[in-house]
Design a protein around this ligand. Structure first.
Ligand SMILES: [Cu+2]
Length: 319
């Protein structure tokens, strides 16, 4: 509670994540107010009960308790004090909710797509980044979010913002980051087998670096295999495919290049570049024998560059 009080005053705390957005202190203050009121009320009720149990215990066989019809002062107090507290909580809560809900006019908009079990971010110039949400520091950012499949929920604890992400409609949140750094993103709506690995990161950088990054000037000097390994993790292929030979939800990538695959429908094919490309983009076309139809299709989701990198990575696992 002390730690919570400190956080609500804007200090670091052991129990709460850092207050990394401009709105976080306001959320924490409201939360601390509600928590402290609830704790005090509980203490009052429990202490009162214990006291009355003791005070009005049966002392003799014949004794009868007094018959009290009403008490104006007590009734007034137990109605009026909670009423005032509820009104304060309502007005205060409404104010914070309103500030959380409506983004400032000059907010930078980023499109967010959730799918089992990864997040993808698309910037105003069409640039996409999987698993890492780049944002400028010191500028309001508004996220416009939707889902390709089931209900997800987008949560950044350090920013104190959380919002459901729904298929077939848009929802939004906004925040302004105070300091450059990396902040964890969680999915907080149970969305299937690998829900717990539906993670991503906010990478907050100064506006200048953000502009450079988003316009694609930050050149990557990774080899295609290394790029592919990054994509394999960023796109959560690793939630269903191992690279150590063990079968998870899908077959392992280790050593599959060059093998002949049998399909559920009786056909077969050799694992080559074209087979890999088709397995990734049009994953439902052929189902590898012994597995089920659970892999999402990545047509229109992965960029060509990423598919190429993934293929290079899978090939490199041949032996
Ligand atoms: Cu999810």
């Amino acid at each position: 509670m002390l730690s919570l009080l400190l956080t609500s005053l804007g200090h670091a705390s052991t129990f709460m994540p850092p207050q990394a957005s401009t709105i976080a202190p306001a959320v924490d203050r409201l939360y601390a107010f509600l928590l402290i009121i609830s704790v005090l009320a509980s203490i009052l009720v429990i202490a009162g009960m214990l006291y009355f149990i003791f005070k009005y215990r049966r002392k003799s066989e014949t004794e009868k308790s007094a018959y009290i019809t009403h008490n104006h002062l007590a009734e007034f107090l137990w109605s009026f004090i909670p009423l005032v507290l509820f009104i304060v909580a309502f007005v205060w809560g409404w104010k914070v909710y309103h500030d959380l809900r409506f983004a400032p006019e000059n907010a930078y908009e980023i499109f967010v797509r959730g799918q089992q079990w990864s997040w993808e971010f698309e910037y105003q110039n069409g640039h996409k980044s999987p698993a890492e949400l780049y944002v400028p520091v010191g500028r309001p950012v508004k996220l416009l979010m939707t889902s390709s499949d089931v209900i997800h929920s987008f949560f950044i604890p350090s920013f104190r913002v959380k919002q459901d992400v729904l298929p077939g409609r848009y929802s939004s949140i906004w925040f302004e980051v105070k300091e450059p750094g990396e902040y964890q993103i969680f999915c907080t709506e149970y969305c299937g087998l690998q829900h717990s690995s539906m993670l991503a990161k906010v990478v907050a950088v100064p506006q200048k670096d953000f502009d450079m990054w988003v316009s694609g000037k930050a050149v990557s000097n990774l080899s295609p295999e290394e790029q592919g390994h990054k994509t394999y993790i960023a796109r959560n292929c690793n939630s269903c495919h191992s690279i150590d030979g063990s079968a998870v939800v899908g077959p392992t990538f280790k050593g599959n290049f060059g093998l002949t695959r049998q399909f559920e429908d009786g056909g077969s094919a050799v694992v080559d570049e074209n087979y890999l490309r088709e397995s990734i983009l049009d994953s439902q076309k052929h189902i590898v024998k012994g597995y089920t139809k659970v892999m999402p299709t990545y047509e229109g989701v992965l960029e060509d560059k990423e598919v190429e990198a993934l293929i290079a990575f899978i090939k490199s696992l041949k032996n």
